[in-house]
Every structure is written in structure tokens, then in C-alpha cells.
Design a protein. Structure first.
Length: 386
């Protein structure tokens, strides 16, 4: 360790006097994390106090008995699983060492991601949750830029006993597994370059997602991606689109890489500089947590939600097998509504535009603007503009 550095193991506080006035990276990333937390808080409060806090019913279709059982198990066990990770990776290390490692910070950051879960449908619907699961609608249409259709009782639903907890445990677990495989590769092949390590991690994370989503969650009916592209099992309710594998694989890879490329103090690139601030252990952990939250939020936004918003704008046709099951349509489209589901010449369902009904008629939304009419050309010579 460099001269002038003090590592107080008993308190967990690290100080390193430095005359450099450059803003530490940890402050910049913590600022980003704080901004996301403020935005997320605004969205959730608006949802809780507004009209969209209303259950989306499952409709006339009834899930098979086996699906009901396992959906109940997911909802029953996800919260205890998340709380266990919080205890073992956040609370216990803090009590013992007055410090929290990167895995614990990923647990905290993963929880904050559930608010972003709906963002990729901002322009159009391309994924759905099973409304048999407990829900109170979602905060989708309380996101300031969300333009897809949604109204109380007919909108993107979020299973409240599953989604926040699932983000808490699956993001941290995926990042840990990805980092472990990257370390194994480096141990076996010491000459492997950083680029090759990251590329290998990305391939592993893609396969990890195929297993978690394509083999477990989608066939079990927890949620679906009917509008996704390059689908495996394209005609089934559990179509697995490869755009999902690539984009969430990129998020997992970013997190795994953040953990893998740490300095000799165990700090990631977004935590750099925290040792120069002379903070108490509690403030140091809080600042580092905000920094990691900022990184994870940015990764989710840029690698997942931005590209998948484009996927939503160009939704593929929803499988007939899915449209026949009302617990998957969220009252957004299909039977029982006036909206045809995406597909063919009807790729989008937005909240302000006209839409094609299943019988082919064009529907103008209540209170909406009428269809525009052609403005005739001026004839002859015109002077000036009006």
C-alpha cells in the first residue's frame, strides 16, 4: 500500500491524504445514483397516490393447476430469498466488519432496478406479466415519458410479491456467477486479455439468461415476451426472444466486469476515491452504495431499456397461444378489449393514437383528437406566409 495510506481494519474506514483536487469517481457515480433514486421515488409515489394503483384482473381464462402452484411458490419464497441475501451480504458483514462488499452493494442496487422494469415498454407493449399473480397495476403510465396505452385495470401489471425481490437476488447472483467464471478462465489461461475475459463473460451471461428465463420463468408462466424478436418456440405462449438474452446478458456482464476489475483494496472503478474522503464507515458504505446504484441503473438503462424500447416500437405478432390466455394479455389488447394485439400492420399500442379494432375498424380514443385531414395546396401565386 502506498505511503501515507491508513487502512483501519477495526473501523473499516480508509483514508488517504491527497493534494489532488479532482472530484473522486465515487462522488460522480453517487450523484448519478442519487438522481435515479429521486426519479424512482417520484414515480412510485405518483403511482401509489394516483388512479393506476388498481389490480389488473386475470380475466376469464384460468391458469392450469400446476401453474397456480408454482406462481404461488414464487410469490411466497421470493421475498424471504431476497431478505436472506440482504442479511448475509449486507447486514452481517456490516455488523462484523463495519463494511459491505461489492456483492452486498449489488443486492441493494438490484432492488432499485425494479422501477426500471417497465421502461422498455414506454413506446409500445412487448412483454407481459401473469395477472394471476398479485398486482396493483403498475407504475408504467406514471413514468414521465411512457407513451404506451394503459389505464386503471388495463395496463402493464407488476407482481408486487415477485418483481422487487427477484431483482434483489437475481442481479447479484448473476453478477457473482459471471465474475466467478471470468476468474476461472483467467486462472486456466493467464494470457487471456481483458477483452477476451469480458467477451467470455458475456457469452456465459447469455447462457445464464437462457436458463433462468427461457427454461424456468417463461415456460412456468411468470412473465412473457410476446413482442420480442428472433424467438425460440415462437408459436408458444413462452416464446423466448433472443433480444432479451443479448440485452440482459449485457447488463449482467457489466456488473460481473465491475466486480472482476477491482483494485488491490477491493474497490471497483465507481468506488475509487472514497478512501481519500476521510468518511466514517457508515458514510463510506452509503456513498459506495449510491455509486454502485448509479452504475447498475445506467447499465440497465443503456444496455437493456434503450435497445428494447426500439424492440417495443417494432413489436412482432403476439403468439395466438398467448392471446388465448387472458391472464397474459393484461387487458391491454385482444378479446374483451377494443384493441387488436400487436402484429402485422398493427405494431404499436399507444395511449393517444387511434388504433385498429379486432374487426378492422379504426377507433379514436375518447376525448382524443380527430383524425387529421389533408390541407389543400394553395393555387396560383401566393405572397407572404401565414
Amino acid at each position: 500500500m502506498a505511503t501515507g495510506t491508513t487502512n483501519t481494519a477495526t473501523t473499516g474506514m480508509i483514508t488517504e491524504p491527497d493534494g489532488n483536487d479532482k472530484t473522486p469517481a465515487v462522488k460522480i457515480w453517487a450523484g448519478i445514483g442519487t438522481a435515479f433514486l429521486l426519479l424512482n421515488t417520484y414515480i412510485i409515489v405518483k403511482w401509489l397516490t394516483g388512479p393506476h394503483f388498481e389490480r389488473v384482473p386475470q380475466g376469464p381464462s384460468d391458469p392450469p393447476a400446476w401453474m397456480k402452484v408454482e406462481l404461488t411458490l414464487w410469490q411466497t419464497l421470493s421475498i424471504p430469498a431476497a431478505l436472506a441475501m440482504v442479511y448475509f451480504l449486507v447486514i452481517r458483514p456490516w455488523r462484523r466488519e463495519r463494511n459491505v462488499g461489492i456483492d452486498g452493494l449489488f443486492v441493494l442496487a438490484g432492488f432499485t432496478l425494479f422501477v426500471q422494469d417497465v421502461w422498455s415498454s414506454a413506446g409500445n407493449h412487448w412483454f407481459v406479466y401473469n395477472t394471476y399473480m398479485f398486482n396493483m397495476g403498475s407504475w408504467a403510465n406514471d413514468v414521465p415519458w411512457f407513451n404506451a396505452f394503459g389505464q386503471p385495470g388495463a395496463m402493464t401489471s407488476e407482481p408486487l410479491l415477485f418483481t422487487p425481490a427477484a431483482y434483489t437476488y437475481i442481479m447479484a447472483a448473476g453478477a457473482a456467477f459471471g465474475c466467478w467464471t471470468m476468474k476461472r478462465l483467467k486462472a486456466r489461461r493467464p494470457k487471456t486479455t481483458s477483452f477476451q475475459i469480458v467477451a467470455f463473460g458475456f457469452a456465459v451471461m447469455c447462457l445464464f439468461d437462457v436458463f433462468i428465463e427461457g427454461i424456468i420463468w417463461l415456460p412456468l408462466g411468470v412473465f412473457e415476451y410476446p413482442g420480442g424478436h428472433w424467438g425460440i418456440f415462437p408459436n408458444s405462449y413462452h416464446k423466448f426472444p433472443l433480444n432479451e438474452m443479448v440485452t440482459i446478458g449485457a447488463v449482467f456482464t457489466a456488473m460481473a466486469s465491475l466486480k472482476y476489475f477491482r483494485d488491490d483494496r477491493g474497490l471497483t472503478v465507481v468506488e475509487r476515491g472514497v478512501q481519500k474522503l476521510g468518511l466514517t464507515p457508515g458514510r463510506s458504505v452509503a456513498l459506495r452504495a449510491l455509486a454502485v446504484i448509479g452504475f447498475v441503473q445506467i447499465a440497465m438503462l443503456l444496455f437493456y431499456n434503450v435497445p428494447n424500447t426500439a424492440v417495443g416500437f417494432n413489436s412482432t405478432e403476439w403468439p395466438r397461444d398467448l392471446q388465448q390466455r387472458s391472464y397474459f394479455t393484461n387487458n391491454i389488447c385482444g378479446a374483451g378489449t377494443t384493441r387488436a394485439c400487436p402484429g402485422g400492420s398493427n405494431p404499436q399500442i399507444t395511449k393517444n393514437s387511434v388504433w385498429p379494432a379486432p374487426d378492422g375498424a379504426v377507433v379514436v380514443p375518447s376525448g382524443g383528437h380527430p383524425l387529421p385531414k389533408n390541407v389543400p395546396f394553395r393555387r396560383g401565386t401566393s405572397s407572404g406566409t401565414r
